[in-house]
Design a protein around this ligand. Structure first.
Ligand SMILES: Nc1ncnc2c1ncn2[C@@H]1O[C@H](COP(=O)(O)OP(=O)(O)OP(=O)(O)O)[C@@H](O)[C@H]1O
Length: 585
């Protein structure tokens, strides 16, 4: 329960709406509980001497009170349910904004499905507590309070008799509610399985087709869909039973009231109007009594949902701005220096991915990093925009320890194209323009970027040019076009340092060479850090750093490294051989 205290700040933010809602709950209950009195009176005045105007005035008053009760009930929902929706809106925004602050390591440990479930199912459970949960709890209290007073004024004995089964009702609803909840949870899990399978299969449709696994995947889907269906049917059966039992129990609970009440009427201690009123009160109390059990379930569900949400909200970004931060000066140059940097991934202390790395890259120079797969190339470049921080040593940008530069300011000067490219389901123009915040030379900007990335002609061939909509994950682009879109995006950012992590692997050698030439010609002052497995590209760089097992094995220009006749020279000979074999074939 104390997990729910985290919601205090949201409730306080909308306290006025909540308080209006509570006042309206009190008023709706006063009118609703008073209204049956006029029904009782109307029945009692039917006895002789019968006066029509008395009946009509009581009926009129009943209609008035019932109408006022309904108006305030409307206002209750307008305030409390609306406030709960506004809080849900705030919570969702806060959740999303918080996720944006969390570091790479958090996403390594937490699955996407889990984060989506927190932001949907768990947030809905919390919203159920804030809206119906709070509303029905307060309503039950006041409904019981006013109705029991009204019943006591008619007959204390009959009141006791009428309320006797109430705890049993609440408990029954609580127990059955628990079973319903269990089945609902299981349905949600099945639903998550369906969503996950659908998402994966639609994303991987090309692989499925290539391996002709369509019928296998359809069978797999049918199986989990069958489970989902069975669980839904089982829930529907339980709910049907639940409502049938409740209605029967409520009807049964009226029997002793009418029985004993009837005897009282015969004895002359009660009127028929009193009995009518009583029957209305008992029916009126049925839902609030039932809702005690229902609300208890809502609160329990919200409490565990909030615990899971709190875990996410409490997760702190590993990489943050510290207090002693200062923006880079105006004329950023893009100089990089690694001073004795060692790094291992969080939670993997025994295995140093990078050890004692030191090098300098002067502004405007074009440097390549090569090395066998798993040698630490990506890990090394990830340290520059601070996707991770090294455990020892220092990374400097323009001579400043990057930990003293505000994150946003540092990243603003780095164009980073990661190994796994990503494009949004948006127009190609918006994809290229993604990071650009000023609109002054909007179009020139993206045209220039797409030209350097050797993408312009491809875009012009699309029917809608720059306005061509890209499908999910750029499904309507070729692998090379997708990579070049990501490069164009980084270029449109006009960075002083451009990092390309194997970002040209899907384009042919001559396109790659064309892009490289354009980079040299158009961006002479931009520092380029290029990871590539292709010697044909890296050989044109000013300097090549060869990584081996997380350490720098050798460094120098293409010619210098060939002369060393070591790892790079071997790699070069191997690729020459491969090219020769390919040309023979
Ligand atoms: N998030 C991670 N958590 C733990 N270990 C990781 C993580 N990412 C990479 N590694 C490990 O770090 C080592 C270096 O990986 P890295 O991706 O830097 O290599 P790479 O040289 O870029 O390889 P490739 O050429 O295949 O892209 C590998 O042993 C890899 O298994």
């Amino acid at each position: 329960m104390k997990n729910l205290l985290r919601l205090k700040k949201y409730l306080l933010r909308y306290k006025r709406k909540m308080l209006y809602g509570i006042v309206c709950i009190i008023l709706t209950n006063i009118f609703a509980v008073f209204a049956p009195r006029f029904i009782g009176n109307a029945i009692d005045v039917l006895e002789s001497p019968f006066v029509m105007s008395d009946v009509l005035s009581n009926v009129g008053l009943y209609i008035l009170f019932a109408a006022l009760g309904s108006i305030f009930l409307f206002l209750v929902r307008q305030n409390i349910i609306v406030a709960s929706r506004i809080i849900e809106f705030d919570l969702k925004n806060d959740y999303y904004a918080h996720l944006q602050t969390l570091s790479r390591n958090f996403y390594n440990k937490t699955s996407t499905g889990e984060l989506i479930a927190r932001g949907t199912n768990d947030l809905n459970a919390v919203r159920d507590f804030l809206g119906p949960g709070i509303m029905y709890s307060i309503n039950t209290f006041f409904r019981l309070f006013f109705a029991v007073i009204a019943m006591l004024t008619i007959s204390p004995n009959l009141t006791l008799l009428a309320l006797l089964p109430a705890p049993f009702f609440s408990y029954a609803v609580y127990r059955i509610g628990k079973s319903i909840q269990k089945r609902t949870k299981s349905i949600q899990e099945s639903y998550a399985d369906i969503t996950a399978l659908l998402q994966e299969n639609i994303s991987g449709i090309r692989v499925i087709r290539n391996y002709t696994r369509e019928s296998h995947e359809t069978e797999k889907f049918e199986k989990i869909n069958q489970t989902y269906f069975r669980k839904n049917i089982s829930l529907a059966k339980l709910q049907a039973l639940f409502f049938a039992i409740l209605t029967a129990l409520l009807a049964l609970s009226l029997i002793p009231v009418i029985w004993v009440g009837g005897i009282n009427v015969v004895n002359g201690t009660m009127t028929i109007g009193d009995i009518a009123q009583f029957v209305i009160y008992v029916s009126m109390l049925s839902w609030p009594i039932i809702s005690i059990g229902w609300v208890t379930n809502i609160i329990q569900k919200a409490s565990s949902a909030q615990t899971r949400l709190n875990e996410i909200f409490d997760a702190k970004p590993d990489i943050t701005d510290s207090l002693a931060m200062e923006d880079l000066p105006e004329n950023v140059r893009g100089r990089i220096e690694f001073r004795d940097v060692s790094f291992h991934y969080p939670g993997n202390e025994e295995q140093d991915v990078l050890s004692n790395i030191s090098f300098t890259i002067e502004p405007g120079s074009k440097v390549a990093i090569v090395g066998a797969t798993g040698s630490g190339k990506t890990s090394l470049v990830n340290l520059i925009p601070r996707l991770y921080d090294p455990q020892s040593g220092t990374v400097l940008f323009d001579g400043r320890d990057i930990r003293t530069i505000p994150l946003a300011n540092l990243r603003q000067h780095i164009g980073f194209v990661p190994q796994t490219n990503f494009v949004f389901s948006d127009t190609i123009a918006n994809n290229i323009d993604y990071g650009v915040t000023t609109n002054s030379d909007h179009l020139d900007h993206i045209i220039e970027a797409s030209r350097i990335a050797n993408l312009y002609d491809d875009i012009m061939d699309f029917p809608d040019g720059f306005e061509t909509m890209l499908g999910e994950k750029g499904i309507n682009l070729s692998g090379g076009q997708k990579q070049r879109t990501c490069i164009a995006r980084a270029l449109a950012w006009k960075p002083e340092l451009l990092i390309l992590d194997d970002a040209l692997s899907a384009v042919d050698t001559s396109t790659e060479a064309g892009i490289f030439e354009a980079l040299l010609e158009k961006l002479p002052h931009t520092t380029l850090l290029l990871i590539s497995h292709r010697i044909s590209t890296v050989k044109n760089c000013d300097r090549i750093i060869v990584l081996q097992n997380g350490g720098i094995a050798e460094t120098g220009s293409h010619e210098e490294l060939l002369a060393k006749e070591n790892i790079y020279a071997e790699l070069y000979t191997q690729q020459l051989l491969e090219d020769e074999i390919q040309s023979i074939n």
